[in-house]
Design a protein around this ligand. Structure first.
Ligand SMILES: Cc1cc2nc3c(=O)[nH]c(=O)nc-3n(C[C@H](O)[C@H](O)[C@H](O)COP(=O)(O)OP(=O)(O)OC[C@H]3O[C@@H](n4cnc5c(N)ncnc54)[C@H](O)[C@@H]3O)c2cc1C
Length: 414
């Protein structure tokens, strides 16, 4: 076993970022995934590198929208009632965390992560030779209704308190930025501090290749369990046991499955989402991702076409697809941009979410050498690199780039 050997389980954005950050600090790192790097949740997201996403879905405003959500009348959130009836625990804890008393704390914690999004990704993309995939022209949030202007102004004021820059847009200013959009949005915000990429899966693959080019080992194997053994830990895979002094669990929405036999039960839920690619028509083009607030979808220009991604579906992680939300938002997207008939395959993913909408970053209680890095919910593509930096700094005994206290595993694990 190499000195300071670490096995990182999961090669999504979070695991690959942990592997790179540990490697930089001199650890001998092996990265394991049952698939190629970046083929699951980190593949199908909207590719937004967000500075501005500091308000979790379960914020106090959720209670105002609850009647529409509970009746499944909004494309933003769809609840699979069989889950709520069969397993009310996670959803009730998620709702409880929307109470006003904790909102400022949550936002401060998310702010401490998203402020690192662009600087870290920019550096990694340069090192990985994929600078051409990065767009630094911001993202848009657009309102169709006349109340949009007041909402945009309120959001602008709130984000300004966190030092997050925004530009208020009227119909004309928006058409200057995105000439192909139909004039259905009287108000909007530009977030100039956000970036985006044209293929999230390719970005993760390039980061993993960078890790490999620096001597890191990438293994394709299914992980079945983890137990103490040897000089630290033994990870059981479908290709036999692998030993290491330390292990990082970065299995995204599958992380809790592995921890259960150890008596560690993080309340990890999932917020599922879907995407579909459509091709622009009549020479239309989109220059940056946009969020259509009232219709509740992201539309992002990707290598494969225009990616439309849906809001949140609260259902069991492995329950069969329900295409109601993605069908509804594809129809709404056609109102906003000229899009050709026909659409690509439907992709489904699961945002890994803890009830307080903050990730778990740190050492597992009672299990020295077992480290946790998961639960990055809606912004794990953005916050993967800073998650890796925090975790690797803690493992190396250095000062992390953000206060790790809000993310400590002990808040949910005894
Ligand atoms: C529709 C949608 C849109 C989104 N949009 C954005 C966005 O625009 N910006 C943003 O920042 N975030 C976005 N997100 C969130 C983001 O995609 C996730 O937070 C992030 O990808 C989580 O990364 P991860 O590495 O934790 O998980 P994953 O990417 O899922 O990685 C986990 C890895 O573990 C592996 N694995 C699991 N079990 C095993 C096992 N037993 N053995 C071996 N390997 C295993 C999987 O194969 C996988 O590669 C979006 C999510 C969705 C669903």
């Amino acid at each position: 076993m190499s000195p300071r050997s670490v096995l990182v389980l999961g090669a999504g954005m979070v695991g690959v970022s942990c592997a790179l950050a540990l490697q930089k600090r001199g650890f001998a790192v092996t990265l394991i995934d049952r698939r190629e790097p970046g083929r699951e949740t980190s593949y199908g997201n909207a590719g937004v590198l967000s500075r501005s996403s500091i308000v979790p879905l379960n914020n106090p405003a959720l209670f105002r929208s609850l009647p529409a959500y509970l009746g499944n009348r909004s494309a933003a959130l769809h609840i699979d009632w069989r889950r709520l009836i069969g397993e009310p625990g996670w959803m009730l804890r998620f709702l409880w965390e929307a109470r006003p008393g904790v909102a400022a704390e949550r936002m401060a914690a998310l702010d401490s992560l998203t402020r690192h999004t662009l600087p870290l990704h920019r550096a990694l993309m340069q090192e990985a030779g994929i600078g051409h995939r990065l767009r630094e022209n911001g993202t848009l949030k657009l309102w169709r209704s006349t109340q949009g202007l007041a909402k945009a102004q309120a959001e602008q004021a709130m984000l300004a308190r966190h030092g997050i820059e925004t530009e208020l847009l009227d119909r004309q200013a928006l058409s200057g930025l995105e000439p192909s959009l139909r004039p259905i949005f009287p108000a909007g915000l530009l977030f100039p501090g956000n970036g985006s990429v044209d293929s999230p899966g390719a970005v993760v693959a390039a980061y993993a290749a960078l890790f490999g080019s620096r001597g890191g080992i990438v293994r394709q194997a299914g992980v079945n369990g983890v137990r103490r053994g040897g000089a630290g830990w033994l990870v059981a895979t479908d290709q036999g046991d692998i030993a290491a002094e330390q292990v990082v669990v970065a299995l995204g929405p599958w992380s809790a499955d592995l921890l259960k036999p150890l008596g560690l039960r993080p309340p990890l839920g999932v917020e599922r989402g879907y995407h579909r690619h459509l091709q622009p028509r009549d020479g239309a083009a989109l220059r940056r991702p946009l969020y259509d607030v009232e219709a509740a979808y992201f539309m992002a220009p990707m290598e494969q076409g225009i990616r439309i991604s849906s809001g949140v579906e609260l259902a069991h992680r492995d329950a069969p697809d329900n295409h109601r939300q993605i069908d509804a938002v594809v129809a709404s997207a056609r109102e906003a941009l000229p899009l050709a008939e026909g659409a690509g395959e439907i992709w489904r993913g699961a945002r890994p979410t803890l009830p307080d909408s903050l990730p778990m970053i740190g050492e597992a209680p009672r299990h020295p050498g077992l480290w946790l890095a998961f639960g990055n919910q809606h912004i794990g593509f953005s916050t993967g690199p800073v998650t890796g930096e925090i975790l690797a700094a803690l493992m190396a005994g250095e000062a992390p780039p953000a206060d790790p206290a809000p993310f400590r595993p002990g808040r949910y694990l005894a």
